[in-house]
Design a protein around this ligand. Structure first.
Ligand code: SAH
Length: 211
């Protein structure tokens, strides 16, 4: 995502009630942050946050953590979030370090319109590469569930293969998620843009039950 540099971004980040300033403090005890034992769902690469905010408002008994690596994106997203959503936290982090802030406590990961990294030599940077699946193993509490949506066919096929060879079982596979008009879908900013242009959205749920 290319954005104009925001001059006051440090100040916006500093003043946000949602941004957790030292997320590693809560490693293994995010239930203490939320003050309850509800399930924790995270979105990696949350962008401007529409998806995670709408989910948090709709499901107050689930805790949501949005993860984003770019300050410029966070500085645009944070001021737009309505005050007082108790089941929402935002973390500034590169997902490469995800196992430094969580320990066996995540119930679900959402990957929405992740960067495709089309060059083969960059394939390990894809958030569905084995590189990341190994990290996710350390943060999931028991059963592992990854919900993925993308407009990028190559990333989708790569991810289906990567999930299955890592032992995930695939379900809810769609090559055109929005063709089902009955389905209630919480969309992301990117998704809205693509759907408006008539671009199909790919969807998959990958699950690995613990023995
Ligand atoms: N999910 C949003 C944004 C998609 S764009 C939507 O669907 O609208 C992908 C986002 O992921 C960008 O904001 C990018 O900065 C972020 N991102 C990419 N790689 C990341 C990583 N390794 N760790 C954290 N965020 C990442």
């Amino acid at each position: 995502m290319r954005l104009r540099n925001l001059k006051n971004k440090e100040e916006i980040l500093e003043n946000s009630n949602y941004l957790v300033k030292i997320p590693s403090d809560f490693k293994g005890k995010w239930n203490k942050y939320f003050n309850n034992d509800n399930p924790i769902y995270i979105e990696i690469g949350m962008g401007f946050g529409k998806f995670i905010v709408e989910n948090a408002l709709k499901n107050p008994d689930i805790n949501y953590i949005g993860i984003e690596k770019l300050d410029n994106v966070l500085a645009r997203c944070l001021p737009r979030i309505p005050e007082g959503i108790d089941n929402l936290a935002i973390v500034r982090l590169n997902a490469l370090e995800i196992d430094e802030i969580f320990d066996k406590e995540i119930d679900r990961i959402f990957l929405n319109f992740s960067d495709p990294w089309p060059k083969k030599r960059h394939s390990m940077r894809r958030l569905t590469s084995v590189n990341f699946l190994e990290k996710y193993d350390k943060i999931f509490c028991k059963n592992k569930t990854i919900y993925m949506k993308t407009d990028n066919r190559d990333l989708f096929i790569f991810s289906l293969e990567s999930f299955s060879s890592y032992g995930y079982v695939l379900s809810d596979i769609s090559f055109d998620l929005h063709s089902d008009k009955e389905r209630e879908i919480i969309t992301t900013e990117y998704e809205d843009k693509f759907v408006k242009k008539g671009i199909p959205i790919y969807n998959v749920v990958a699950t690995k039950l613990s023995k």
